[in-house]
Design a binder for this molecule. Structure first.
Ligand SMILES: [Zn+2]
Length: 406
């Protein structure tokens, strides 16, 4: 690609935000019979638009290739299911949802969120592009259509099921290459007086906390409140409120409506972004250097551990772990294996690095000296789950925001 247009405003992209080199798709886990086959690697070169400031990864890989058979099942994270339950309770009370209402969720996954509305007798519609995951949700009694949301599918679904009082999108708004079409789809799905809520990682926190491993091909843009406002405005949606959440290392939950005026919270988050420099192109510089510092610290630590004859294994097989491991060139010579609670991932291998994924019980059997925790966003939950590692003097290693061995 010689010239790449910004997906929001069409301006030619000329500035680099960070370039992490080539990486395989972070959710393309390999079976044993696939590890000798050729693997596809794609650039992780993130740009910033000098016109609208959208930080974006050009769509090197179309969404259909990524999400048609996606391996992520939200229900395997207990803290995430709890987060969903609280959201359902709060929204039901705030909006006065009843058996006459409709809650539509886009990227509804295996029904981890909608199940709470179903339990309260509130009609739901899930829209989940991955057919295998939509099937799991239907098996749990959650009405789900397997579709990619765009302007046309949004109108078609609204025609078939009615428009919703609440349209939720959790960790999807950053994951769709067609930001403008998806926004139009949201506008089509929601009633004239309905509410759209979107959760996505906040670029302000990503930069502050060095979360560079959340950059991967499935994650097409890295939003501030300012750029999210601009994207929603293309569909006539206005941001009326915003909440700051701790999930995924620091997220925003944006509330948008067909009309309304911004709350005090909106103004204060915008001010914080401006103060951090994120309302200018120059304010985004410096992140690339921070990224290479993390790489140096982690690789030095693992080489030293290896030289001292210590054993290191991983914990978790999240997508973000694959960005980190591939960018740092960490393979089985430095991390013997990783473990994951998701049985669909056990027995598979990490893309690119080919580190095997085993069941968590293996850690207690092998008693490694160090456990490298890949899903650092669940630090508290995993720290508790792995507290038994101390029984044999083992320690936990967190690579981000800075190398921390505890
Ligand atoms: Zn732009």
């Amino acid at each position: 690609m010689d010239t790449i247009p910004c997906r929001l405003c069409g301006n030619t992209l000329t500035e680099t935000f960070v370039d992490l080199g080539m990486s395989p798709l972070c959710e393309s886990f390999l079976r044993a019979d696939q590890i000798d086959a050729r693997e596809s690697f794609y650039p992780l070169h993130v740009r910033i638009c000098t016109e609208c400031l959208l930080v974006q990864l050009p769509a090197y890989v179309p969404g259909e290739n990524i999400f048609s058979d996606y391996a992520y099942f939200s229900s395997y994270s207990t803290s995430w299911v709890e987060h969903a339950r609280r959201y359902a309770e709060t929204m039901t009370a705030q909006l006065g949802l009843t058996g006459e209402s409709l809650v539509t969720e886009v990227a509804s996954n295996d029904g981890y969120l909608l199940q709470h509305f179903v339990a309260a007798g509130i009609p739901v519609l899930g829209v989940e592009p991955a057919a295998n995951i939509a099937e799991v949700a239907r098996g749990k009694g959650i009405r789900t259509e397997s579709e990619f949301l765009g302007a046309e599918t949004g109108s078609a679904l609204a025609g078939q099921y009615g428009r919703a009082d609440l349209v939720a999108g959790n960790n999807v708004y950053a994951h769709i290459p067609d930001l403008v079409g998806f926004s139009a789809g949201l506008a089509a799905l929601v009633k004239p007086d309905g509410l759209v809520t979107l959760e996505f990682p906040h670029l302000l926190r990503l930069i502050e906390r060095n979360q560079y491993d959340t950059i991967y091909h499935e994650h097409y843009h890295y939003l501030t409140l300012l750029t999210a406002q601009r994207a929603l405005a293309t569909a006539g949606l206005t941001v009326v409120d915003v909440e700051e959440l701790s999930s995924h290392g620091g997220s925003l939950r944006v509330h948008a409506r067909h009309s309304g005026s911004p709350s005090v919270n909106v103004k204060s988050v915008l001010e914080a972004e401006a103060e951090a420099g994120l309302h200018t192109v120059e304010g985004h510089k410096g992140f690339a250097e921070a990224v290479f510092q993390i790489k140096r610290e982690l690789v030095d630590f693992l080489h030293t551990a290896r030289a001292e004859g210590k054993t290191v294994v991983g914990y978790g097989a999240p997508g973000k772990g694959n960005t980190l491991l591939n960018h740092c060139g960490i393979r089985q010579d430095l991390v013997a294996y990783t473990v994951d609670r998701n049985p669909h991932k056990q027995g598979m291998f990490l893309p690119g690095t080919h580190i095997p994924i085993l069941a968590p019980e293996r850690i207690a059997v092998d008693k490694p000296d160090y456990v490298l925790v890949l899903p650092w966003n669940l630090r508290t939950e995993i720290g508790e789950q792995l507290s038994y590692v101390r029984e044999w003097g083992g320690r936990l290693v967190f690579p981000i925001p800075h190398l921390d061995v505890v």
